[in-house]
Design a protein around this ligand. Structure first.
Ligand code: HEM
Length: 532
């Protein structure tokens, strides 16, 4: 290294010693010639080492320039790559250390400069600044989700498209999907009893499967077959793996991204076929029972209104089966990991707290007037106030999405003193706001009662960043509250949940979202739903 520096500084010193004035060589051509001559005089390996040295110095300088006054390592400890190796196996403790280091902190990985906001108001500002930021997706996402997919729209185009989707996830629309979802719940809850009859087993994969089943029934109703649901549920983790933040941007056969793309293509083909069937059924007057029906009905209704009144504005245009299938895939993509995370924590938390489980059971029987066989409806779920608070507290205590990556479209003045450079990744964090002692007393304790109406937690609405905020706020948040309230209620009515607690149960594993490190070892033991 010493010889490298000598060679580098030696050549630069020679260059400086030239008396330009005397030789009257101010012009650019002459200087360029000089540099080329100097470089020519180097052997190839000296040249290579010189270039590498320049790159290393530039890497550190550009890091300093981007970092400015915010928290972060004083210099890049690992030149060029930065903490790349850590990012291959992200640790929750690493994120926590970053949040604790200051309201804004940074890291630099290869050429990517990353700014992390831990402060509530700065995080909100980022979420709500579509002028400066847009959601950041890994390069390969456009290939897997397809470049024309709506999730890549930005600004007004995104807002307009979103307007057409919001109606599919309102409470009123969701009520129509509940009966199909209840069938999925019943089927899987029986299966859970069966597969764990000999004692607690790992439930991580089982819960991912039921989540996929619930979503796909809500999205595609009975147009999708059991086998198709099973196939997509089994293979979906390949998409998650392909879309990890650190992944190779080119799709090479038999690599993670290739398997991910194949799975996505297979799922979209299935959804396109479901859409074609739904179009026929809805055209024949079928009432909506799933997202596909509701969307297609909105298209037909708009078309009919427009034809009756040609001067009017077309509300919802007709979408092709391909476009619909891509959008449905994004719903699955957005929901699958976060819902699976919530499912794991929710089942773990209620299993470990018999008092909470008991209160849920009492409420479940009460809202059904003592008849556990009463079918689920939106109105019934509305009455499950305590169960709903348990779901909400789980989302606060263990928020599935701990931070959301955005990218700066232009230099972004996040604070008076700090401008995040254009092209940097800017990450508003969710977790710290949800564990802020000023909003939530004893934030590291699980207290469902903190959500009673008028309470401090309920009043601190600005801290509730579980589903983001701003133009990209989660489309499925009402769906999440309804589905999980109904699911945990039914599960507890009909089962004793036995959790095998291990030293890793409360440790947090990061795999896109967060999970208990031991993957949740659980048993579903049948119980008489009438016994309280
Ligand atoms: C526990 C479950 C879930 C959590 C914690 C969650 C959380 C989030 C978060 C944090 C965002 C980013 C918001 C932002 O950038 O401001 C988001 C976006 C989104 N979520 Fe969810 N989500 C969940 C389930 C679902 C489900 C079930 C759906 C089903 C439709 C869904 C659909 C979406 C969509 C489509 C977006 C992108 C919206 C856009 O870009 O306009 N999510 N979600």
């Amino acid at each position: 290294m010493a010889s490298v520096l000598q060679s580098l500084t030696g050549n630069l010193t020679n260059f400086n010693n030239i008396n330009y004035k005397d030789q009257n060589i101010y012009n650019f051509d002459t200087i360029s010639t000089l540099i080329i001559d100097q470089l020519k005089s180097l052997s190839w390996w000296k040249l290579l080492i010189t270039l590498i040295s320049i790159l290393l110095v530039w890497d550190q300088i550009s890091y300093q320039l981007n970092k400015g006054s915010i928290e972060g390592p004083t210099y890049k400890i690992w030149p060029i790559i930065g903490p790349f190796l850590d990012s291959l196996d992200p640790k929750f403790s690493g994120y926590k250390a970053k949040w604790d280091s200051g309201p804004l902190s940074c890291v630099s990985i290869f050429h990517k400069f990353v700014v992390i906001a831990s402060d509530r108001d700065l995080s909100r500002k980022i979420f709500q600044s579509p002028k400066y930021v847009k959601p950041c997706v890994v390069d390969v996402a456009k290939k897997i989700l397809r470049p024309e997919n709506w999730v890549f729209l930005d600004g007004k185009e995104h807002v307009d498209y979103r307007k057409g989707l919001n109606g599919l996830f309102t409470k009123q629309a969701l009520n129509n999907y509940v009966p199909a979802q209840e069938k999925v719940m019943d089927k899987y809850l029986s299966k859970f009893q069966e597969i764990s009859k000999d004692g607690p087993i790992i439930f991580f994969h089982e819960l991912r499967e039921i989540m996929c089943g619930l979503s796909l029934r809500a999205f595609c109703g009975d147009y999708i077959t059991e086998e198709q649901v099973k196939k997509i549920a089994d293979d979906y983790y390949l998409v998650t793996a392909a879309l990890e933040l650190v992944n190779f941007p080119i799709i090479i056969p038999y690599t993670k991204t290739w398997y991910g793309q194949r799975t996505a293509d297979m799922a979209m083909k299935t959804f396109a076929a479901c859409s074609a069937k739904a179009k026929i059924r809805v055209a024949n007057g079928g009432e909506p029972t799933c997202v596909l029906d509701a969307w297609i009905k909105a298209m037909y209704d708009s078309k009919a209104q427009f034809e009756a009144n040609p001067g009017s504005k077309l509300g919802v245009r007709m979408f092709s089966d391909k476009e619909i299938s891509e959008a449905i895939f994004t719903f699955l993509f957005a929901s699958q990991d976060a819902s699976s995370s919530l499912a794991c924590w929710l089942f773990q938390i209620v299993s470990d707290r018999p008092d909470v489980a008991q209160k849920i059971r009492e409420e479940q029987l009460n809202v059904r007037n003592g008849d556990p066989t009463i079918p689920l409806t939106g109105d019934l779920i509305d009455k499950m106030t305590y169960t709903n608070m348990v779901v909400k507290e789980t989302l606060r205590y263990r928020p599935p999405v701990i931070m959301v990556p955005y990218v700066a479209k232009q230099s972004f003045p996040i604070t008076e003193n700090y401008n995040a450079p254009k092209g940097s990744m800017i990450i508003p964090s969710v977790y710290p706001s949800l564990h802020d002692p000023e909003a939530y007393e004893n934030p590291d304790e699980f207290i469902p009662e903190r959500w009673v109406e008028g309470s401090q937690a309920n009043e601190n609405k600005k801290n509730w960043l579980v589903f983001g905020t701003g133009p990209h706020v989660c489309l499925g948040q009402t769906y999440v509250m309804m589905t999980f309230t109904a699911l945990i209620g039914k599960a507890l009515l009909y089962n004793d949940l036995i959790h095998k607690i291990t030293p890793l149960s409360e440790e947090i594993k990061v795999f896109a979202t967060i999970f208990p490190q031991d993957d949740l070892i659980l048993q579903f033991k049948p119980r008489d739903p009438l016994s309280v």
